[in-house]
Design a protein around this ligand. Sequence first.
Ligand code: GLU
Length: 320
Amino acid sequence: MRILKTAALLSAGLLAAQTAVAQEKFITIGTGGQTGVYFVVGQSICRLVNRGTADHNLKCTAPSTGGSIANINAIKAGDMDMGVAQSDWQFHAFNGSSQFEGDKFDNLRAVFSVHGEPFTVVARADSDIGNFDDLFGKRVNVGNPGSGQRATMDVVLGAMGKSSDDFALASELKPAEQSAALGDNKVDAIIYTVGHPNGSIQEATSTVDAKLVNVTGEAIDKLVGDNPYYAKAVIPGGLYKGNDEDTQTFGVKATFVTSADVDDDVVYTVVQAVFENFDRFKGLHPAFATLKEEEMIADGLSAPLHPGAEKYYRERGWIQ
Ligand code: GLU
C-alpha cells in the first residue's frame, strides 16, 4: 500500500515536471555574422528575454546567420520566429519587389527598428580607390548570398548600369572572413551594410592600412531620392584607425521583424523585455546608445506592426 502510494506520488511529480517542460517555448532570432551588429542585437534581445523565463516560459536563442535575406526567408519558412533585416529588404519582401518579385511575403510583420546602417566600403590604401566608381576593375568582396549588403550591392550596381562582372574579381566571403582577405591582399575592397563601430571594420582597419570610401554620385542621389527606405548617411571620422575624416555614403535601418503566424503574446513578451530594460539594452552596443523609443516604432518600418508589438506600444501610450 505504502509502495503504491509512493509510486503514485512519484508519477504525479513526474507529470508536473513534464507539464513544466511542455510549457517552455523556444524562440529563435535570426541575426548575421559574428563580427557584425545584428548578432549583438539578437544576443541582447535574448539576454533580456531569458532573464524572465521563470515568469513567461519563453527561451530565446539568436544564432549567427547569413543576414537579412536569409533571416526573412527563414521566418517565411517557419524555421525562425523573428530576425533582423535591413529596412530596404523588409520593404521589398513585404511588397514583392526587387529580389522578392514573385515571392511576396504578405505575413511579414514589423516589430521595431534599431540602429542605422551605412553602406560601407573599405579599400586597401594601396589600391587607389577613392570613390565607389574606382571599384570597377578591382577585386571586391561583394558579400555572401543571403546577406543584406550583397543584395543592396546588386541594387547599387544596377542603378549604375553595372554588374559584378565589372569587377576583376567578385568574391562572396562572409563578414567574418572578409577583413582577413583584405589584410592578406586577396581583395582590394570589402563592403558591409552595418552599424558603427563594429568588430569587422575595426579588424580591417587595424590589420592593414585601409580607408573607408565615399559612396556618392548621381546614381546614389537618385536611389536615395526615389526610395523612402534609403537616406544619405555619414560615417563619422575618428571611429577607426587611420580614418579621421567623415565618410559620405547612404544607408538603411536595421529592423526587427517577425511573421503574423507568431503568437501575439510571444511578440508582446519580447517587446516588453526590450523596452522595460531599455537603458540596459542601449548599453549593450555603442550603435544602440542613441536609440529613441518613438523613432524605433516608426522609422524604417514598411510592413504592418505585429499585433503583439502594437498592443505593447498602445499600453505605453506611444500609439493610438
Ligand atoms: N546588414 C547586414 C545584412 O543584412 C548585417 C549587418 C550586421 O550583421 O550587423 O546582412
